[in-house]
Design a protein around this ligand. Structure first.
Ligand code: NAD
Length: 460
């Protein structure tokens, strides 16, 4: 279902009218295309506090198509519009140096180009230093607030890290058109040796394999990826995006979706696997189909059976929990312990903002999706140390699919507009985030739940 309001505000009279009425002004987001795969323009590097981060080589390594304006260089912000800003605030340890965040960004914010990116770098809050912990946590409130006010398709995210080299794949994602619908997120990136980013869920322990891809344009070349629920919607986009990135894709969906599934797999040069993921032997059947092993496992299949709890029969509860959570637990366990998921492997599961914020009529669905968050946080560190496999989740917000096209008009419009970017996301936005998690370069990204929601106001 097309977003007619977005089309309307893209015309001069429509923009005039909606502005006069004080209505939301969604910008047309700049997404990845083969012709324009990267952001182009100036990347302004700013600092607040005394940083120990070796950032310049980290950013240089990232090989972005961006023209780096190093910290301390003068840029005439009246005439130059940076397309990206990286503010290194890792050295902020007290309220006085927190003021340097304001001093650095206050003059720059206005000049950041439309669909531009602001990435703030922070340090993990230090449990032994409550002043540092307070102001580093303060950065979270700062970033989330700036994301809500900046507009024009610009995004603001916070990356907590200790080693810039470990964040190369994350810089490549956040400072590119691929992250168009990701804003207001806090992402922890562990050290290059997989030693973890410090406090909090997601500090991956153990030795994650983080390999810089030979070709960042096709980071998944030579890798095999399995995507569940790939016959349509978000799963189809995930399979297409992983194939674009070089993966051999195995597309799984229920036998009833067989012809759509075969068409998707055929178009992507992949393989179709018609299988109900809730089957007790699904893990064994996937393992049989992949004797050479698996590198990327994407749990995307999901269903809704909405009813308020008071009216919800047990079957509605159990069918949702079975597809969305129990089968994810079962197949992940089988493929990890059976050795099908190779070292360096990646598991990406699908949560939802409903699992974070809760939603009336969705106690079953929200329980299953919050369960995914729990799974990722618990298994991530252990899977990395025991199997060399990372485990992360995407949490989509309002994404334009058949699922959301079926939502009644008024609720659908509210869902589309109630986020900082004032529009719904596209399946490809979830797919790009999945591809970043799946990259061989993302070994230091583990136990993370990243919302692909345009910074939804729900559960923010
Ligand atoms: P969709 O209904 O369009 O597609 C889901 C696919 O999963 C279908 O092809 C379906 O056949 C398949 N599937 C369902 N049960 C299966 C089973 N037992 N075995 C194998 N395949 C099965 O849904 P979508 O909108 O593309 O959503 C994909 C995922 O994203 C789901 O997990 C969903 O909960 C989640 N999500 C979607 C949104 C959104 O706005 N669309 C928001 C938050 C989360």
């Amino acid at each position: 279902m097309a977003d007619r309001y977005l089309s309307l505000t893209g015309t001069a009279p429509g923009r005039f009218l909606t502005r006069r009425l004080g209505l939301p002004q969604p910008a047309r987001l700049r997404r990845w295309s083969a012709e324009r795969p990267t952001l182009q323009g100036r990347l302004l590097h700013l600092t607040a506090g005394k940083s120990d981060l070796d950032l310049a080589p980290g950013l240089a390594l990232a090989g972005l198509d961006l023209d780096l304006v190093p910290a301390g260089s003068a840029l005439d912000l009246g005439t130059e519009n940076p397309v990206a800003v990286v503010l290194d605030a890792t050295g902020v340890r007290d309220v006085d140096t927190l003021a340097e965040v304001h001093a650095a960004l206050h003059p720059a914010v206005r000049s950041v180009a439309g669909s531009g990116r602001i990435v703030v770098l922070g340090s993990p809050p230090d449990p032994a230093d409550h002043h540092q912990a307070a102001v580093q946590q303060g950065l979270e409130g700062f970033v989330r607030s700036l994301g809500k006010e900046i507009g024009r398709g610009r995004t603001v995210n916070l990356v907590r890290l200790t080693d810039a080299r470990a964040a190369e794949s994350t810089f490549r994602f956040l400072l590119s058109p691929r992250s168009a619908y990701v804003s207001g997120q806090v992402i922890e990136v562990g050290g290059g040796d997989g030693a973890g980013a410090g406090a909090g869920a997601g500090s991956g322990a153990g030795s994650g394999e983080m390999v810089a891809p030979a070709d960042w344009g096709r980071p998944l070349a030579g890798r095999t990826a399995l995507v569940t629920g790939a016959a349509r919607g978000i799963g189809e986009a995930v399979a297409a995006t992983l194939a674009r990135d070089g993966a051999r894709v195995v597309c799984l969906d229920v036998p009833a979706a067989g012809s759509d599934l075969a068409a998707v797999a055929g178009r992507l040069g992949g393989v179709a696997l018609a299988l109900d993921i809730t089957a007790a032997d699904a893990g064994a059947r996937i393992a049989d189909a992949l004797p050479e092993g698996l590198d990327v496992l994407v749990h995307n299949a999901g269903i809704t059976r909405d009813r308020r709890l008071v009216n919800m029969p047990a079957e509605r509860w159990s069918s949702v929990l079975d597809v969305n959570l129990a089968s994810v637990l079962r197949t992940t366990d089988a493929l990890l312990t059976g050795g099908t998921l190779r070292p360096g492997g990646r598991v990406v599961a699908t949560a939802s903002i409903a699992g974070i914020a809760g939603n009336a009529g969705q106690t079953n669905y929200a329980a299953s999706k919050a369960g995914i968050v729990g799974l990722v946080r618990s298994l991530g560190p252990r899977a990395l140390s025991e199997y060399g496999v990372t485990v992360n989740a995407v949490a989509p917000g309002f994404i334009e699919t058949r699922m959301t096209a079926a939502v009644p008009l008024f609720i659908r419009e509210a869902g589309r507009r109630m986020n900082s970017l004032a529009q719904g996301g596209l399946p490809v936005d979830v797919a790009e985030t999945t591809a970043w998690f799946a990259s061989p370069g993302s070994g230091a990204v583990n136990g993370q739940v990243v919302r692909v929601c345009g910074q939804s106001l729900l559960g923010a």
